[in-house]
Design a protein around this ligand. Structure first.
Ligand code: NAD
Ligand code: IPM
Ligand code: MN
Length: 363
């Protein structure tokens, strides 16, 4: 199979983790006889520095002409004080909108080998398998106005939470479709006791549920959901929620796996191409030290193989190799524990690649 993949490394550890994930894709290509070609595009702070915009048109074009997109992360302190339209994060929001990536799937899995890496008790996280479905192109992130002004001599500010009903329907419907093929339960998270947008969200969830009689729908207020996520995460199967709640709850959910560096994601649209990225950011505090965990990005590549290319066996080969490497005790710093083998980013990538290729030799 031939596939064109756009690589947008972005800033900070984004560069380190995408480099590793590309090497893993190359190992998969080698083992299974696929030709993956990689074209690189600029996004984020680096693009601002070099081209004066966080999302150059040529990057958008490159993504639209590709079969799938892999993104690292954007942002960093260097660009925290620049005019808002130049912020690196704007580049990420814009590419999500340009590609109409309305749903962001963030799976959270329990890794038995990492039970000791999570601050939570093993009994609490054991066998967790939840899928967060985050609405990605609406809500507070995109509503207008979003600005500061002066009213009667006072400084005021407004951000707007805007949704079209149809934007809610499509992502909630997707959550039900996914739940149908998993545990058969959807938890819709909102703040319907306060927000009008959440009251509409809840109504839409009820409407969509009528078409899925075999799926159970439960509503949960977001503050309670944040608490339940660490108290009893096993109750969740598919969690669907609006953009900002999903952003916050998925960072929280990553702790169930052991680290933010373990959580992959797939952002999907009606017609493709889809975009894959770890849920974490550019991690300026560890940038350039070769200690970032590359597994979230490597697991994002597994999602790409499965969802964009229909290559299930190849996706499983990546996931099985990640599991094997963890079972063999290799750990980056974020998931380190006594008695395990502490490795760098590049060493972790080497282990995953070697396992992918070794498993071919022993088949
Ligand atoms: P962050 O996700 O970058 O980091 C949070 C903490 O987790 C840090 O201590 C970091 O070292 C650690 N961490 C993150 N990924 C890791 C990995 N793979 N391995 C080991 N440790 C890891 O969040 P932040 O510090 O709040 O934000 C930093 C910058 O990243 C900001 O500019 C923010 O806007 C941006 N950001 C970008 C994305 C994205 O591009 N999708 C996501 C989140 C944050
Ligand atoms: C993420 C990030 C982004 C978001 C930021 C950088 C715009 O936190 O991908 O989770 O909030 O969506
Ligand atoms: Mn986030």
């Amino acid at each position: 199979m031939k596939k064109r993949i756009a690589i947008l490394p972005g800033d900070g550890i984004g560069k380190e983790v995408t480099r590793g994930a590309v090497e893993v894709l190359q190992a998969i290509g080698e083992r299974f006889g696929h030709q993956f070609s990689f074209s690189y595009g600029k996004i984020g702070g680096g693009a601002v520095d070099e081209m004066g915009t966080p999302l150059p048109d040529e990057t958008t074009r490159l993504c639209k002409d590709s079969d799938a997109v892999l993104l690292g992360a954007v942002g960093g302190p260097k660009w925290d004080q620049i005019p808002v339209h130049l912020r690196p994060e704007r580049g990420l929001l814009k590419i999500r909108k340009e590609l109409d990536l309305y749903a962001n799937l963030r799976p959270t899995l329990y890794y038995s080998s990492l039970a000791d890496a999570s601050p939570l008790k093993k009994e609490v996280i054991e066998d967790v398998d939840l899928l967060m479905v985050r609405e990605l192109t609406g809500g507070l992130y995109f509503g207008k106005p979003s600005e500061r002004s002066t009213q009667d001599g006072r400084d005021v500010v407004v951000d707007t939470l805007f949704y079209q009903k149809e934007e809610m329907t499509r992502v909630i419907k997707l959550a039900f479709e996914l739940a149908q093929n998993r545990g058969g339960k959807v938890t819709s998270v909102d703040k319907a006791n306060v927000l009008e947008s959440s009251r509409m969200w809840r109504e839409v969830a009820e409407e969509v549920a009528k078409d899925f009689p075999e799926v159970t729908l439960e509503h949960m207020l977001v503050d309670n959901a944040a608490m339940q996520m660490v108290r009893n995460p096993k109750q969740f199967d598919v969690v669907v929620t609006e953009n900002m709640f999903g952003d916050i709850l998925s960072d929280e959910a990553s702790v169930l796996t052991g680290s933010l560096g373990m959580l992959p994601s797939a952002s999907i649209s009606e017609k493709g191409p889809y975009l894959y990225e770890p849920i974490h950011g550019s991690a300026p505090d560890i940038e350039g030290q070769n200690i970032a965990n590359p597994l979230a990005t490597i697991l994002s590549v597994a999602m790409m193989l499965r969802l964009s290319f229909g290559l299930e066996e190849e996706a499983q080969a990546v996931e099985a190799s990640v599991n094997e490497v963890l079972n063999n005790g290799f750990r980056t710093k974020d998931i380190a524990s006594p008695g395990k083998k502490l490795v760098s980013t590049t060493e972790m990538v080497e282990e995953v690649k070697a396992t992918i290729l070794d498993n071919e030799a022993t088949q």
